[in-house]
Write a protein that binds this ligand. Sequence first.
Ligand SMILES: [Mn+2]
Length: 358
Amino acid sequence: MEMTLRWYGTGFDTVTLQQIRQIPGVTGVITTLYDTQPGEVWSQDRIHALKAEVEAAGLNLSGIESVNVHDAIKVGAPERDQFIANYIETLENLGKEDIHLVCYNFMPVFDWTRTELARKRPDGSTVLAYTQAAVDALDPEKMFDSIAGDMNGTVMPGWEPERMARVKELFALYKDIDDEKLFQNLVYFLEKIMPVCNKYDIKMAIHPDDPAWSVFGLPRIIINKTNILRLMKAVDDVHNGVTFCSGSYGTSLANDLPDMIRSLKGRIHFAHVRNLKFNAPDDFEEAAHLSSDGTFDMYEIMRALYETGFEGPIRPDHGRMIWGEVAMPGYGLYDRALGATYLNGLWEAIDKSHKRPL
Ligand SMILES: [Mn+2]
């Protein structure tokens, strides 16, 4: 595995490549062209410049998160073929620049959903949190306004103001789409892009829906073991793979995370590893990475990745906001650096105990 951090790019991220370079054991970043819109073709020149910038700082460009999928593809609108052609062109340009991992998601309207971006924990740190009661009480069109004030002046992925201004229109677009139609549209998309992925050895890694259930009556499909295995089988190509996000699959306590990892052996190309603390099954907050701070057994998660031969990038995903840092919620430097170090420590211990059993 390779330990990485997500980086939004110069001008968008409060964290610099130089800071990331100084976190021990972090050798790469997962990044994106943050100012592109879903459906737009990424030029090879811009990809080349991004990669050169990352490499000049002494880091690898270990993968892209995300190349977003246009809504026309998700709903199966007539213009989807044009947008798929654009996506293929982007993949081709990434392949020519020797980039082989693309994370994406297939969530309708809202990407991840949280009801608080700065819940205070007993130690004074602040974290993203979710309560079903708060979602149930909310008009989805007001969702953006209700959390925009806590974004610390940043633009959060999936919550871009331009997108949220169209929320009513987006809901209308999805009104006839149920889980099965969404699944079939995803299969259609994957089948069309597999040839270019094979040509350039690009591993597609779908990020799960977060939380792992329907919000505001919208369909949600990448939520559990049954559905993700069905998708792996429907397009049975190693390039159709998974971003295993413990914090997203983990929102549902019915998901046995180490068991899911083992059942996806060979198809996990990217891992987001973080911990959640549950106060009730439908009320959780993002904890520090340590097992002892949350609900998940992080050792068992890392062990399952290790024992299934996972070789892709890992990132500590979100962190708490600590030590007075002002950054995009979830994406500060300090706590993600602590998380990366902790996860690297677990990995080293697992690796050594396998190679030198007591
Ligand atoms: Mn994630």
